[in-house]
Design a binder for this molecule. Structure first.
Ligand code: 6PG
Length: 251
């Protein structure tokens, strides 16, 4: 049985899925701006969101967003220069940010120029708290946090077996990912779980088995993404290949 906490959107492939994801993204922006005058959103890295970003950059889509009232953050980053091919910010800038009328002052990449990733993480946490209001002792509340899911069940840079999974003191932290041999900066569970809305994009057959486990009600907590339990809604945008093992849950 599917976990009733999750709201699923499925479509035949990533192209079709990106259209419904773009519509959802625009609706969240409109709602946040209408209610609070601003839309605070954290973008995800990886490959799955790229068609969505390119769609949002198209004039017929971009015209539906009041970009001057959008503040863009990054949910996690590889600790490389922003012009490095691995940079999540660089990807978001190429696919979306360079093509829409968002003021530069509203674009907040994770800094990657400090000697130590930990210092960069602290700086970013301070920046977020300066821009986004939060209740005393709580993490800032994003209107929307975008995530993906790796084929090991990681999300953002919350990888299995890493110490960042236990970090409930900070909203952003640095983590050395042994299996990738690199430093990353990532929002932590306190940040992710304060969000009004979380959307996860999952595409591909290689994720079907883990996804079925993750979405099943009451399944054992094995994968990092299972501990993302936002205060608000959690929407899953899943293509048919990734959803191929879900039918066993509907029975
Ligand atoms: C990153 C992402 C990461 C990504 C997953 C899924 O920095 O790579 O933040 O968490 O969302 O690895 O990536 P794909 O969408 O490319 O499968």
């Amino acid at each position: 049985m599917l976990n009733p906490r999750y709201i699923l959107h499925t479509d035949v492939d990533l192209t079709a899925l990106s259209r419904s994801a773009a519509q959802y993204w625009i609706e969240q922006a409109e709602q946040a701006i209408k209610q609070r005058g601003v839309f605070h959103v954290a973008l995800t890295g990886g490959s799955s969101p790229q068609p969505l970003y390119r769609l949002l950059a198209k004039p017929e889509m971009a015209e539906n967003v009041e970009w001057s009232r959008v503040h863009i953050f990054i949910g996690d980053e590889r600790y490389v220069a922003h012009d490095h091919p691995d940079s999540n910010f660089g990807m978001a800038r190429d696919c979306l940010l360079d093509h829409v009328a968002i003021p530069d002052k509203n674009i907040h990449p994770m800094p990657t120029h400090y000697d130590h990733a930990g210092e960069a993480a602290e700086q970013y946490a301070s920046l977020i708290s300066e821009i986004i209001p939060s209740a005393a002792g709580s993490a800032p509340v994003f209107d929307l946090i975008m995530l993906g899911m790796g084929d090991d069940g990681h999300t953002a840079s919350l990888f299995p077996g890493t110490d960042i999974l236990l970090n409930n003191d900070k909203t952003v932290a640095a983590v050395y990912v042994e299996k990738l041999g690199c430093w990353r900066i990532s929002m932590t569970y306190p940040s992710l779980n304060q969000a009004r809305q979380v959307m996860v994009m999952v595409s591909g057959e290689n994720k079907a088995t883990i996804l079925a486990h993750v979405l099943e009600k009451g399944s054992e907590l094995v994968y990092p993404i299972q501990s993302v339990l936002p205060a608000g809604e959690m929407h899953w945008f899943i293509d048919h290949a990734a959803a191929s093992k879900l039918d066993q849950l509907s029975s």
